[in-house]
Design a protein around this ligand. Structure first.
Ligand code: 7RM
Length: 648
């Protein structure tokens, strides 16, 4: 029998939900959370139905849930349209003239679209789609920069019932080609280019390269963003602005069945070919809507900024659908956080009075590395709530975020969820939950999360195991597009009736969840199973370390040896004595068992565009192998080449 994952790094700091916050919060105390949570678990369908009733349905549902494991249908018989819920529904209220999207381009250009204006643009573009023979059920690839038109294209697809699949603007022609082939898409919506660190990303050129040879694509609609010199293929490519000349703004929202597919989003998975995660209409909307409402506790006065790219699931649920369904003001920024200088985020927060900031640990660690002086240049007092997502946040990075960005007054919501879950699953509620640096805390309403051992039995406090969800929830994936078998096998085969997240976790004595890393990345050192996040956090707690990734490599004596890849803060000199110091540092903070056998300094770590460290690649490098398998989600190939050559 495999042993449980062990834990050595126990965090003792606790931060109560601030009084001022709790006073006005939707969930004002831990007691209220507990009561609602218990109710939601006892009668989940009642809870979700109550939330769903806050939205607009063109026909009411007959049954809340049909669960033929592992296939779920939510709000059966109901008809609705997400774009209607994100747009039309606000037009009869004072939100009509409220900013829906505030956007800033990387070069500094600015646009604001009110709900009324956004509605009009979405209707017009939906008519453009129709004019180009795109119909309900057709798949449409959206390959765009983070500009309002990306959201407009998504909402326009949703309005007519076309299924969108957003591909990260940073991905290559090959990735687009794979996703077109897998989804059988008939159209691509793209731009001539996008801006990233002052350069133009040749989006249209990449699309052209993806379409050579056999393809299912009949139409490419091109938005003019950079005025770059591009090729337009006669009979296939049309300009967005030209097409608008032929349409009006009258486009009723199609009444779609609750289970009508909304989007496919490809995720890399740890190995092999990307999986097309399929989300459907009613359940997804309810999940995105209600988590946004409770977790960010949005007010009409808020300027809410989720820094994610629209190509990531976070961009879907928490830049576009969740905030707009709540009638919030969502800010979008096109470019890099260090362009033209490392204070771009802080400048934006000051300029627009951002009050809620939602970003990723990888970004926070980069800011720490660039130094506090950039932060101090700006007035960040408009902020009232901070969030993180994407990876476990190292407690020291959490503390920095809390003090330097949040001025010690803003709660931090560390939100755990996945592309597959569609919406936040484990997170503090800012007026109710005391937070602990590094913990995503407690499950959201209706979410039956647990940590189990190899037999599927729930483990006791502070024992590590596999994180599972023991019942269906509305925003869950419905399948892997075109591959039911893989869907069943990957997520539902290990423990009967439970969804396998693939993450390792433990719960502490207060029931708080601590994610210890991906199960595939767990190390096995002399019979001890260690998650990656604690060792990495121990390294990041050293004053010279900006970022760390830990992997195992085969070791004759111990089974696996520990290799740490470490990025140092700016102006710190790499030296053999520092390597030794870091090994000792881990040893004193966690124990000799986790002491790295080798520390390697790296200028940067291989990451996905959403900032996740690709440990699979580091494992191969650490054991001296050449890197194989899927690297299409890698942000910067040069990083890999440098690491493989052993350059520091
Ligand atoms: C939203 C998103 C999912 C994986 C997930 C975890 C990791 C995400 C947290 C986290 C610890 C968090 N979707 N993860 N959030 N780990 N604490 N708050 O990231 O599909 O791209 O990734 O990301 O491993 O399984 S995703």
């Amino acid at each position: 029998m495999e042993k449980n994952i062990e834990s050595y790094l126990i965090e003792k700091r606790v931060f109560k939900a601030p009084r001022s916050f709790a006073r006005t919060a939707r969930i004002p105390s831990r007691a209220v959370y507990e009561r609602l949570y218990r109710e939601s678990i006892r009668q989940p369908e009642k809870f979700w139905a109550r939330e769903a009733r806050e939205l607009v349905w063109q026909a009411p549902w007959k049954r809340v849930l049909e669960w033929k494991a592992p296939f779920a249908k939510w709000f059966i018989g109901g008809r609705l349209n997400i774009s209607e819920n994100c747009l039309d529904r606000h037009l009869t209220t004072a939100r009509r003239n409220k900013a829906a999207i505030i956007w800033e381009g990387e070069p500094g250009d600015r646009r604001t679209l009110t709900y009324q204006q956004l509605h009009r643009e979405v209707c017009r573009f939906a008519n453009v789609l129709k004019r180009n023979k795109i119909r309900k059920g057709h798949r449409v690839i959206i390959y765009m920069p983070t500009i309002p038109e990306a959201a407009i294209a998504m909402l326009a697809c949703a309005r007519i019932g076309a299924v969108h699949s957003v591909v990260f603007g940073g991905f290559s022609a090959d990735s687009i080609r794979d996703r077109i082939a897998d989804s059988g898409a008939v159209a691509v919506v793209t731009a001539d280019g996008g801006y990233r660190r002052g350069a133009v990303v040749p989006l249209k050129k990449n699309v052209d390269d993806a379409l050579t040879g056999e393809t299912s694509i009949k139409r490419v609609i091109v938005f003019r963003r950079t005025a770059s010199d591009i090729h337009m293929e006669e009979g296939r490519d049309v300009w967005w602005h030209r097409e608008l000349e032929y349409v009006n703004a009258d486009c009723p929202a199609a009444p779609l069945e609750s289970e009508h597919p909304l989007y496919i989003l490809y995720t890399s998975g740890s190995t092999g070919k990307p999986k097309g995660i399929l989300h459907t209409t009613g359940g997804y909307l309810v999940g995105a809507y209600c988590t946004t409402k409770y977790v960010f506790d949005l007010r009409d006065e808020d300027v809410y900024w989720c820094t994610a790219d629209v190509g990531w699931v976070t961009g879907h649920s928490y830049v576009v659908y969740g905030p707009l369904a709540n009638g919030a003001t969502t800010l979008m920024y096109e470019g890099a956080p260090d362009w033209p200088e490392p204070d771009r985020f802080w400048r934006i927060i000051e300029d627009y009075g951002v009050s809620v900031l939602y970003t990723a640990p990888t970004a926070i660690r980069a800011f720490i590395r660039w130094g506090d002086a950039w932060v101090r240049k700006h007035d960040l007092t408009s902020l009232r709530l901070l969030g993180t997502v994407g990876e476990p946040i190292n407690p020291e990075a959490w503390m920095w975020y809390h003090e330097k960005i949040g001025g010690g007054r803003c709660p931090i919501v560390d939100t755990w969820w996945q592309t597959e879950t569609g919406a936040i699953m484990i997170s503090p509620l800012p007026g109710a939950t005391a937070t602990k640096p590094g913990s995503a805390t407690l499950p959201f309403f209706g979410i039956d999360a647990a940590v189990v051992d190899e037999q599927g039995e729930e483990v006791g406090p502070n024992v590590g195991g596999k994180l599972v969800i023991r019942r269906p929830w509305p925003s869950m994936l419905r399948t892997i597009y075109g591959d039911k078998t893989r869907y069943k096998k990957q997520y539902w085969s290990e423990f009967k009736g439970s969804y396998l997240t693939g993450d390792g976790a433990r719960r502490d004595h207060d029931g708080y969840f601590w994610i210890v890393g991906r199960i595939d990345d767990v190390l096995n050192v002399a019979g001890h199973r260690l998650g990656t996040s604690e060792i990495e956090s121990a390294l990041v707690s050293h004053k010279h370390v900006a970022e760390a990734a830990v992997v195992g490599r085969p070791d004759e004596m111990k089974g696996q040896g520990v290799v740490a890849f470490v990025t140092l803060k700016e102006n710190v000199t790499a030296s053999p004595s520092l390597k030794e110091e870091l090994r000792k540092h881990v040893s004193t903070h966690i124990g000799a068992i986790a002491k790295p056998d080798e520390v390697r300094f790296a200028e940067a770590l291989p990451k996905t565009r959403s900032g996740k460290i690709m440990r699979r690649l580091l494992k191969e490098i650490a054991s001296g192998r050449t890197v194989t398998g899927d690297t299409t989600t890698l942000e910067d190939f040069n990083v890999l080449a440098r690491l493989s050559r052993g350059e520091e």
